[in-house]
Write a protein that binds this ligand. Structure first.
Ligand code: GLU
Length: 571
């Protein structure tokens, strides 16, 4: 998809009068068109408006996240966490920012165990205060804005505030999520907001959110402190505690977003960068792509089937390590360097046969343990957006409240996450040792979110991409990065084509897509197949060698791509 005409959406936003003051561009700067790919047309339009007012990629990201909190409340928001990769075109630096939720100081090892010591049922653990981690998105956005922002913080919330007051139309997807989710009427005020007459809101209904408008106004005027230390923090803590959680004012005030070194590897002539731990996304995507590169180098007949098979086998190996070794590296030892070393990956790639599936892969450094707690759950929440600004800076951000509608606790117009359920419920691994992803006070749960940026040899961004999708995120993203960078597909075709995922078990093939044609061939190679619908939400931007930029929004969700004209010089 090339840039979707945004006229209609921008008119809606225009009526909101953004109050953005255009930044002055310097005569020696060379502005170029910018681009936004995000999960809702109003979020894309807000991002484009910010870029056209001279905003930096992070400025647009803040406006996008604020609008998504309102219009895609089931997926992400200020009550959740996020990971962000930032590319600075002036210094060519890539920075990774961690806004992942933390566990409250009072949690104990048996947090997700029942009285008889067995792990709680996952869906029982989601609703209520016990699943809520300290939200991290706003502190993270504030940190990145301090370092890279151009426009004033307070202006960036105006589109969302105005839309929250004026109202927006409930999308078909939001209406459908409300219709199929029977647990939503559990708590007020969420039940009243989404089920005003006892029935779920219908698509096309105009919905206002005055409480969120007020919240965002406080955050716009007072900064993220209003959320972490002011009355909003009081409201969050009171709500979580009233529903069985242990979150305190201290947990909120102590929250820190962290700048980390990204994980990067040179693969197929590109430098590809992703999030480090506590996301498994960057490491596992890089492992998969490296294994694929090594395994495919020795394969003469590179048919589509062989390519898919090698990708899926590489994915088995990546997931075997992910599930065994990864956790928050500030709390547990993770052999990151070994797992990404040339020697180790070459040894692991040798396990891949082009003619026969290996079946279940064992982790590479020890005996296998057991699967992660959320391996099979289908998730329809989380949101990814990609931004390239008119100065060439880039943001790749994946943001989440975890399950659709998070913990189902609504405070001051936004939903609180259930991210603590991304910890492994049983603190012990099958062999009795402590699992790296067990819950601990202050720790961040292991994530699969995989915002990525790949660079050309000249250190220009070549591809900015990411997706929602639970643990399948890793497969969704690895496949598209491989298709664009190693197979020469354009980003739109790569995103449109059917997903092929292997989380070290059955090979999952996206139903009703071109991927189904591969089933007989994969079966003949020994894959056990599961055909399933897969709701990725890939939003990508690519820069072609001639400098042209193209974006793509995942047709499986409701997003759009918007092009931004550079602000005129010296205005
Ligand atoms: N909570 C998940 C993670 O951080 C993301 C959930 C989703 O993509 O739906 O890995």
């Amino acid at each position: 998809m090339t840039a979707t005409p945004l006229t209609a959406w921008r008119l809606i936003l225009l009526s909101c009068s953004l109050l953005l003051v255009a930044a002055t561009t310097q005569a020696d700067e060379r502005p170029q068109p910018g681009m936004v790919a995000a999960a809702h047309p109003l979020a894309t339009a807000a991002g484009v408006e910010v870029l056209e007012a001279g905003g930096a990629a992070i400025d647009a990201a803040i406006a996008i996240q604020a609008v998504l909190t309102l219009v895609e409340p089931q997926s992400s928001g200020i009550g959740g966490g996020a990971f962000l990769l930032h590319y600075d075109s002036e210094t060519a630096d890539v920075q990774a920012y961690d806004g992942r939720e933390t566990a409250p100081a009072a949690v104990r090892a048996d947090h997700f165990l029942t009285e008889d010591g067995t792990p709680m049922d996952f869906l029982e653990a989601v609703p209520g205060g016990q699943s809520v981690g300290v939200p991290g998105s706003l502190r993270m956005l504030e940190l990145v804005h301090e370092q890279h922002g151009e426009l004033p913080w307070r202006t960036l919330f105006q589109p969302a505030i105005c839309l929250a007051e004026a109202g927006f139309e409930v999308t078909p997807r939001l209406a459908e999520m409300l219709r199929i989710d029977l647990r939503l009427d559990l708590f007020e005020p969420m039940a009243g907001y989404f089920f005003p007459d006892g029935a779920p809101l219908r698509a096309g209904t105009r919905l206002t959110n005055p409480a969120l408008a007020e919240t965002l106004t406080e955050i716009a005027n007072q900064g993220a402190d209003a959320f972490y230390e002011g009355a909003i923090a009081d409201d969050i803590v009171a709500t979580v505690q009233a529903h069985g959680g242990e979150l305190t004012r201290e947990d909120m005030a102590d929250y820190r977003a962290v700048e980390r070194a990204p994980v990067c590897r040179s693969i197929a002539g590109y430098e590809i960068c992703g999030m480090p731990l506590p996301s498994s996304g960057g490491m596992t995507v890089l492992q998969i792509l490296s294994l694929l590169e090594i395994a495919s180098a020795g394969t003469e007949d590179m048919s589509r089937l062989t390519w898919a098979h090698l990708l899926l086998e590489a994915s088995r190996l990546g997931f075997a390590d992910r599930n065994e070794y990864l956790g928050d590296a500030e709390f547990v030892e993770v052999p990151v360097e070994t797992l990404l070393s040339e020697r180790y990956l070459t040894e692991r790639a040798a396990l891949i046969s082009p003619t026969q599936s290996m079946g279940k892969a064992a982790p590479g450094l020890s005996e296998p343990d057991s699967a992660m707690s959320d391996g099979k759950l289908i998730k329809h929440s989380t949101s990814h957006f990609s931004v390239l600004d008119t100065q060439g800076n880039a943001v790749s951000m994946t943001s989440s409240i975890e399950m659709p509608f998070g913990s189902r606790l609504m405070v001051d117009g936004f939903l609180l996450n259930n991210q603590l359920t991304d910890f492994r419920f049983d603190p012990l691994a099958a062999d009795g040792r402590l699992h790296p992803n067990r819950i601990q006070p202050g720790k961040r749960p292991l994530s699969s979110m995989s915002p990525m940026i790949a660079f050309n040899a000249d250190k220009q961004p070549r591809l900015i991409i990411g997706s929602p999708g639970g643990t399948r995120i890793i497969g969704y993203v690895a496949q598209r990065v491989a298709d664009v960078l190693m197979q020469g597909h354009d980003v739109e075709a790569a995103i449109r084509s059917g997903s092929l995922v292997n989380r070290n078990g059955r090979t999952e093939i996206e139903a009703d897509t071109d991927a189904e044609a591969l089933v007989p061939g994969l079966e003949a190679l020994g894959h056990e197949i599961e055909i399933d619908s897969m709701t990725s939400g890939l939003h990508g931007i690519e820069r072609l060698p001639d400098g042209d930029i193209r974006g793509a929004a995942d047709p499986r969700r409701e997003g759009t791509v918007g092009g931004a004209q550079p602000p005129s010089q010296g205005e």
